[in-house]
Design a protein around this ligand. Structure first.
Ligand code: NI
Length: 131
């Protein structure tokens, strides 16, 4: 494969490769192409895997109960969850999920609406079975 690219863009790309620590330019291009393909899979709503991370104050009433109830209501998606007591107040819950993008976003939305949650992030990926 050979591509044409403007000198200015190439210079910035080389700086990015160095900054991100890619071993070679080919590896960087390969990773970027895979990221684009994964993003396309999400958009098509195909089967994906992900992690929902939630930070919350466990002193707030019923937060944990609501988090657990949400997971049971979506038990076809939830593979497992991990809990960490970050400090005296804050807890972190990592929920590993697999399913359609639509359903996973629905679970994430429900968890994000639980009163007492400080922050939540949905990280989506794929097994990349097709590439
Ligand atoms: Ni905790």
């Amino acid at each position: 494969m050979s591509i044409s690219i403007e000198e200015d863009v190439l210079r910035k790309f080389n700086a990015l490769i160095k900054e991100e620590g890619f071993p070679t330019r080919s590896e960087a291009i390969k990773q970027l192409i895979k990221s684009a393909l994964v993003q396309k899979q999400w958009q098509k709503g195909e089967n994906i895997a992900g992690v929902i991370t939630i930070i919350y104050d466990h002193h707030k009433s019923n937060v944990l109960q609501k988090i657990v109830e949400s997971q049971h209501d979506f038990n076809d998606l939830v593979i497992c969850s991990q809990h960490a007591h970050l400090d005296h107040t804050n807890c972190m819950e990592n929920i590993i999920v697999q399913g359609t993008v639509e359903k996973i976003k629905c679970l994430h939305k429900r968890l994000a609406s639980v009163k007492g949650i400080k922050h939540t992030v949905l990280s989506m990926t794929t097994t990349g079975g097709e590439f």
